[in-house]
Design a protein around this ligand. Structure first.
Ligand SMILES: Nc1nc2c(ncn2[C@@H]2O[C@H](COP(=O)(O)OP(=O)(O)OP(=O)(O)O)[C@@H](O)[C@H]2O)c(=O)[nH]1
Ligand SMILES: [Mg+2]
Length: 533
C-alpha cells in the first residue's frame, strides 16, 4: 500500500481535491503566514468579482441599456431601407464604405429593368398571332376591366425597336457576371424569387420569367466587390474602394449600352406596351432608368440616395447593433412572407410548440427571432413557455407601404397589398404577448402614393369604401391612417398610445428626423416603464 493512500485512509478523507489543497504537514510559521495572506487576497478578489457581477445585474434592472427594435412588414415594405437609414445616421462611415457593393446592386437593378422590358416585348411578340398577315401586330387588353368594353390596343413593333433589342443582348452577360460575383461558387446564399408584379399579368405567366435576386441576411456578399473591400480602410474616399481598372467590370458593357438603354426606355411603343400591360417600372423597386447617363458613367459611384433606392431582397432574419452615446441601440429585422422563403418546414415545428426542435433547423443566430417572427405570422396562441422569446423586444416598427393600394402580393396575386398590410397589422396589434411592446407604424412609400395619384390612378377604384372623396394625397393618406388607427384601438389587448408616421424611406433627410423622434420616444417610454417597476 502506498504512503499517500495509507494517510488518506488513516484520516478518513478520500476527497482528492481536499487532499491536494490541504496545507503541507511540515509548514513553518512564516510559510503559514504567507499562505494565509495569499488566501485572504484571493478571497478579496473573488468577492470583488461577485460584487461587480451584482452591480451589473442591478444596473441592468435599473435601466436596460440595450433597446431592441423589430422591423416588420410585408416584402418590399421598406425594412432593409429603414435599416440603411439607421446605418446612415449611426455609422455613416461604415455605410459609405459599402458603396462598391451597392454599385453592383444598382447595376443589377438597371440590367433587370431592361430585361423586364425586353422580356415583355418578347412575350408580346409571341402572343401575337403568327398566322395572321399582320404578325407584327399585337392585341393587348388595355385593362382588366376595360378590355371587354373597349376591346384592345394595337401595338406595332417597328424593325428599329427589334434591332435595339438585339443590341441590348450583351446585357445578359452583365447580369450573369454580377450574379456570379455575388454568389460564391456552390453557395446557396441566393434564392431567386419573383420580381414585384405591379401589373395585372397572371401570376402563372410571370412565374419563372422575372426572377428577383435575394440575399440571405446572414450572407457576407458585400466582400465580393472592389479590391479594397476586404481591408476596411478609414478613408471616406469610397471611390477608391472600386476597381475601375478591372477589365471585367460590368460597368464597361453597361457604359457601351447606355444610349440604347435610354432609347429603349423612351421608345413610344415600349411606353405604350408597358402601359397596356400595367407595368409601372418607375414605381417598382430598384428603378434607375431615369438616371442612365449618370449610372452608366465609367467612374460611377453610388450616392447615398442610390443606395437607399437599390433593391436587394432579404431572406431570413438579420440582426444589427448600433452603438449610441446612450448605450446600445439594437435593431432586428424580419420578414413576414415566410412561405415564399421555403421555410415551411420550420413552421411545422413551431406548430408543435417545440422550440428546441425548431432551433435545430434554423441557423442559430436567427432561431430565437425566427420563433417570434413566425409565431406572429401564424397568429399562434402563444403560451407562457414562449414568453422569454418575446419579452425583450422593446418596440416594433411596422412598415405598411401605402402606395400598394393598386398592387397585388407577389406570393398571392389574389391579395391586394394594402389589404395584406392591414391584416398583418391586426395580427401584431391583437397579439397578447406584445401588449407591452410599443408599436410604431410607418405608413411608407408616401412619395410613390403621391406620384400614383398625380398620374391619375383612382384610389377609390381599388378601395371601394373610399367612395367619391377627393383623389389627393391628403385625403387618401388620412383615410388609410384612420383605418390602421381603428384597427389599433379596437384590437389592442390594453390601451396604448398610437404612434404613426407618414414616411418615405428613400428620402434620408425627412427620415432622419422621424427616426430620431422614434429613438427618443422609445428610450423615454422604456425609462418610464422601468421606473414604474
Ligand atoms: N419610392 C420609395 N421607395 C421605397 C421606399 N421605401 C423603400 N423603397 C424601395 O422599395 C424597395 C424595397 O424596399 P426594401 O427595404 O428592400 O424592402 P424589405 O421590406 O426589406 O423587403 P424584403 O427584403 O423582401 O422583406 C427598395 O428598392 C427601396 O429602395 C419609399 O418610401 N419610397
Ligand atoms: Mg429586406
Amino acid at each position: 500500500m502506498s504512503k499517500l493512500f495509507r494517510r488518506s485512509l488513516e484520516e478518513g478523507d478520500e476527497d482528492p481535491i481536499a487532499l491536494a489543497l490541504a496545507p503541507p504537514g511540515n509548514e513553518t510559521p512564516l510559510e503559514r503566514q504567507e499562505r494565509l495572506a495569499a488566501e485572504a487576497e484571493a478571497r478579496q478578489r473573488s468577492e470583488a468579482i461577485d460584487e461587480e457581477i451584482n452591480r451589473q445585474r442591478m444596473e441592468k434592472k435599473k435601466g436596460p441599456k440595450c433597446i431592441r427594435i423589430l422591423l416588420l412588414g410585408q416584402s418590399e415594405s421598406g425594412k432593409s431601407t429603414t435599416l440603411k437609414n439607421f446605418q446612415l445616421m449611426n455609422s455613416p462611415k461604415a455605410f459609405r464604405h459599402e458603396r462598391a457593393s451597392w454599385r453592383a446592386v444598382v447595376q443589377l437593378n438597371v440590367v433587370r429593368s431592361v430585361r423586364l422590358i425586353l422580356d415583355t416585348i418578347t412575350e408580346a411578340q409571341a402572343a401575337s398571332n403568327p398566322s395572321s398577315p399582320s404578325s407584327a401586330m399585337l392585341a393587348i387588353p388595355r385593362q382588366r376591366t376595360e378590355s371587354i368594353e373597349s376591346g384592345s390596343v394595337q401595338i406595332r413593333f417597328n424593325p428599329e425597336l427589334l434591332k435595339l433589342k438585339m443590341r441590348l443582348l450583351p446585357l445578359q452577360q452583365v447580369e450573369e457576371a454580377l450574379l456570379r460575383k455575388m454568389t460564391p461558387a456552390g453557395s446557396a446564399e441566393f434564392e431567386a424569387t419573383h420580381l414585384s408584379p405591379a401589373t395585372n399579368l397572371p401570376y402563372s405567366s410571370r412565374a419563372g420569367k422575372f426572377k428577383e435576386i435575394a440575399i440571405n441576411s446572414t450572407a457576407q456578399w458585400k466582400g465580393a466587390f472592389g479590391r479594397l473591400m476586404a481591408t476596411a480602410r478609414a478613408s471616406m474616399d469610397s471611390a477608391a474602394d472600386i476597381d475601375f481598372e478591372d477589365p471585367k467590370d460590368p460597368g464597361v458593357i453597361l457604359h457601351a449600352c447606355a444610349e440604347d438603354i435610354i432609347q429603349l426606355w423612351n421608345d413610344p411603343t415600349v411606353k405604350e406596351l408597358l402601359k397596356a400591360k400595367k407595368i409601372r417600372l418607375e414605381s417598382m423597386a430598384g428603378f434607375f432608368l431615369d438616371s442612365i447617363p449618370r449610372i452608366t458613367a465609367l467612374r460611377y459611384v453610388p450616392t447615398d440616395d442610390d443606395i437607399l433606392r437599390a433593391r436587394l431582397k432579404t431572406l431570413g432574419v438579420s440582426e444589427h447593433r448600433f452603438k449610441l452615446k446612450s448605450g446600445q441601440f439594437y435593431t432586428i429585422f424580419g420578414k413576414m412572407h415566410i412561405f415564399s422563403n421555403g421555410l415551411y418546414k420550420e413552421i411545422c415545428y413551431i406548430m408543435t410548440g417545440e422550440y428546441s426542435m425548431l432551433a435545430a433547423h434554423v441557423p442559430s443566430e436567427v432561431s430565437r427571432l425566427s420563433v417570434l417572427h413566425y409565431a406572429l405570422v401564424l397568429n399562434l396562441s402563444v403560451t407562457e413557455a414562449w414568453v422569454p422569446y418575446f419579452d425583450d423586444i422593446d418596440a416594433i416598427i411596422f412598415l405598411a407601404p401605402i402606395s400598394g393600394f393598386d398592387e397585388v402580393l407577389l406570393e398571392d396575386p389574389a391579395v391586394n397589398k394594402l389589404e395584406d398590410s392591414l391584416l398583418l397589422w391586426r395580427r401584431i396589434v391583437i397579439n397578447p404577448i406584445l401588449k407591452n411592446t410599443q408599436l410604431i407604424l410607418f405608413l411608407n412609400k408616401t412619395d410613390l402614393l403621391k406620384a400614383k395619384l398625380d398620374s391619375g390612378i383612382q384610389f377609390g377604384h381599388y378601395v371601394t369604401t373610399y367612395g367619391n372623396k377627393p383623389n389627393d394625397y391628403e385625403s387618401t393618406s388620412r383615410y388609410m391612417r384612420k383605418k390602421f388607427s381603428n384597427i389599433f384601438t379596437q384590437n389592442s389587448p390594453k390601451s396604448r398610445l398610437f404612434y404613426v408616421h407618414l414616411t418615405s424611406m428613400t428620402d434620408s433627410k425627412s427620415t432622419e428626423k422621424i427616426l430620431m423622434n422614434v429613438k427618443d420616444m422609445v428610450i423615454r417610454d422604456m425609462l418610464q416603464e422601468s421606473s414604474l417597476l
